[in-house]
Design a protein around this ligand. Sequence first.
Ligand code: ZN
Length: 317
Amino acid sequence: MNLLRSLLPAACVAGLLSSSAPAALAQINTTQNVAPGVYFHEGDPRRGHSNNGWIVFDDFILVIDANYPSGAQIVMPKVKETSDKPIRFVVNTHHHPDHAYGNQLWADAGATIIASTKALEEMKKLETGYYGGSPGKWEETAKVRPDVAATKLRPPILLFPDELIFDDGHRRVELHCYGTGHTPGDVYVWLPKEKVLFTGDACVNGPQNKVDDGNLHQWIKTLELVKQLGAEKVCPGHGPMGGAEIIADQQAYFEALLAQVKTLVDAGKSAAEIKAAAPQIGAALKKDPHIARYVMPTMTAHVQQAYLELGGATFPK
Ligand SMILES: [Zn+2]
């Protein structure tokens, strides 16, 4: 389980452990029509899969996130069921395995892989020795996931610093980097006419936040900018689709988490004491119905990140 914890996204572990899993799994592996020509597919947390989205243009399809290879194998036929246009582009919303490791399958099907320049930097730093550095998470994951072992890492090759816009005269889709949140290279996919937003893991809709590759303080500020878009339908990186409340609740959860940890820091508590208080912090956060769904089965990683950002040290083992 420890190996699983280190290699699978928080979403997977949370999904395995959640006692409310049966209800939450109702929409898993189903395609939802968000708007005409716009689709959302909720991934299976038991297999570590991310959510996906896709948008049908006049001449081609743009897919949001590559998923793991095993997730791509599930989603690709579903994309093809909705349209016979070619899948020409796939956007990695960030560098994490469950959003980018399936790239090869989409590239083999003819797609160009897109990401932000910062996501590629993170991929080089953390994910792989492909670029000549030390082996990373990709090489480790290939040892335990047959779907990863059976394919190759295909990096994104079309990169943009801040925004990239698709507009064929009928359909407009904007890819935006608003700043660090879940990772430094988070991409949001925004459809201004339909007021639909795909957030990647910058917003999730359940106990699925992985926080140690980002920055909670900056994440809160970035989500403030994202709120201004006026999205009416929000498709998160994990968990079910919802409305604008997902962005506000996600932001409120991080604010409340930081406030809880700050109270202990201000009271002079030690790293060991704050680590020991993680379950109580989770219990306190669960009392607010807007943010209760973000409380993890184990809160240590979230409390640790907040503590580090408030000037604290790494928790003792
Ligand atoms: Zn992620």
